[in-house]
Design a protein around this ligand. Sequence first.
Ligand code: FAD
Length: 305
Amino acid sequence: MPTAIYDVVIIGTGPAGIQAAIHASRKKTSVLMLGRIENSALYNAHIENYACIAGVTNGKDLLEAGLTQAQSFGTEMAAEDVLKISQGEDQLFSLELESGREITSRTLIFSMGVSKKKLSVPGELDLAGKGVSYCVDCDANFYRGATVLVAGNRSAAIDGALTLLDYADKVYLVAKELQGSESMLKRLQESEIEVLEGTWVKEIHGENAVTEILLDTDKTVQVDGIFIELGSKGALELATQIGVQLDMDHFKYIDVSRKQETNIPGVYAAGDIVGPPYQMAKAVGEGCVAGMEAATYARKQKRAT
Ligand SMILES: Cc1cc2nc3c(=O)[nH]c(=O)nc-3n(C[C@H](O)[C@H](O)[C@H](O)COP(=O)(O)OP(=O)(O)OC[C@H]3O[C@@H](n4cnc5c(N)ncnc54)[C@H](O)[C@@H]3O)c2cc1C
């Protein structure tokens, strides 16, 4: 029996993918969305800057509501990772999933986000979203008057620590070896940030919230939160398998047009994977455009065959 050809396959179940699924499904196309919500950057986040939703909302609740909404319009879901992608001479895309299942689609939407580099120390995963953060711009406001520690060696960490000075009462910066531009290092030196250089985070302690950081010198620092700023790596391996072009400046994001088109006809990208700012509002807007464009492309391609 020939396998079904989906009109739109979306890789990623974060806000970009979910919004793309809602818009593509409402255009009466067959849509499959792949991935796991617990791997979305939003899952452990607390959102208070998304228009029309007042107060602080749990990311997990938003994602679960979004999935139900997309499914109500006909989106199919598979909580699986994609391992390989190829494109045939017939222009259709073939995807191999972790279960071994193979999928065929007329169009693809990449919305795999960026994987934030982890410290991989005890306490980090358990306390993610409970004082462990990977996004200063997102979470600084929750630390007004608090004591925070930033872990990182490069300009992202220095910049994060300087930003946090506007919110927190006390900011520590822990680095094995600091590297940054002259002007940034000078600003750091002149600031009230307490720099602990030549040391690193060994463990993160706390029951339901971060309370203490143990350093590899066995010194402990009492804090309300830790920001891990080790830079980010885009989930780009899959995209480059079919020759999707990356941005020429950093080679870590997918290059897209204002219609979220990549250089490969029928392939779109949206959300964190196309670059900062890493914000839900941006991901949702781009997902909307990508979903509508992919659905239109698939319908045209079907009519032509
Ligand atoms: C701690 C924290 C706090 C934040 N706070 C805020 C905030 O206050 N306000 C705000 O606007 N934003 C905030 N953000 C940022 C926001 O969460 C992201 O900008 C948003 O989730 C990006 O959406 P996305 O859909 O592009 O990617 P993501 O939400 O990261 O989703 C990526 C999806 O891709 C899937 N995926 C990856 N690889 C594969 C593969 N090979 N096969 C199948 N699926 C795959 C994953 O499973 C996941 O479902 C925060 C982020 C963090 C980490």
